[in-house]
Design a protein around this ligand. Sequence first.
Ligand SMILES: [Zn+2]
Length: 291
Amino acid sequence: MSFPHPLLESRTLGRLRVHAIQAGGQQLDGGAMFGVVPKTLWSRRLPADDKNRIPMGMRCLLIEHDDGLVLLDTGLGNKETAKFHEIYGIENAGGEGRTALEDGIRAAGFAPDDIAVVINTHLHFDHAGGNTWRAPTGEVLPTFPNARYVVQAGERAYAEHPNERTAASYFPPNWAPIVAAGRFEFIAGAREIVSGISVRPTPGHTPYHQSVVVQSGGETLCFLGDVVPTAHHLPLPWIMGYDVEPLVTLESKRTLLAEALREDWLLVFEHDAQAGFGRVVHDGKAYRLAE
Ligand SMILES: [Zn+2]
């Protein structure tokens, strides 16, 4: 992979070992990524290329938990065409494994069969595409055959009833084979998935988007998902144009970041090309990444 970020960044959180895995790179339109924020402002932080695209990551988090390995989001997977990769500027090919995500899991010392739980923040292709993989036979199979997968029931319904604007993000092969195998669990609202690992609704990007909060030994980590996709999205009004309910995102961010600041949470930025982990500060005007 020519993608600039390290494949694996490992940390200790209380009693847990956590691994941020850069499951690939993406190039997306800078305007779409920053919504109503003028290019003169966002391009100072993230210069765009000649197609107005900015570099982004597709980071997943692997958690070594007493109840087994927990994986948060799964990147894009191996099912999309070369044309699709070109449109979204995706680089996620594996070296040893089927994808960069699988390489990252192996670099952490594990294999796909070892994953016990997969939690999807939502079902967009760049977060749930790696839930399944296309075998050489053409068959689409669960990538993590021993895992139970978890997402909000509302997100599944939203994904299965797309409209003209949302359809480009939701592909049934990313969840249907897991539903057919009886391995997808659909939940409603906040829930502890395994001891110390909970999901909480953070709607706005999609109506049933969820973030994941991990607590151990008095420390807290939050895997934000698309509520704050990069560290550049920390200022409250810096919200993606992709969000279906941007003013709902605003309130989700307001609540979550206040708590993150107060309790000094370790944050994981899923789409950031550079910052994997970070903490937030407020400089009197806006939230930003701590030095
Ligand atoms: Zn998304």
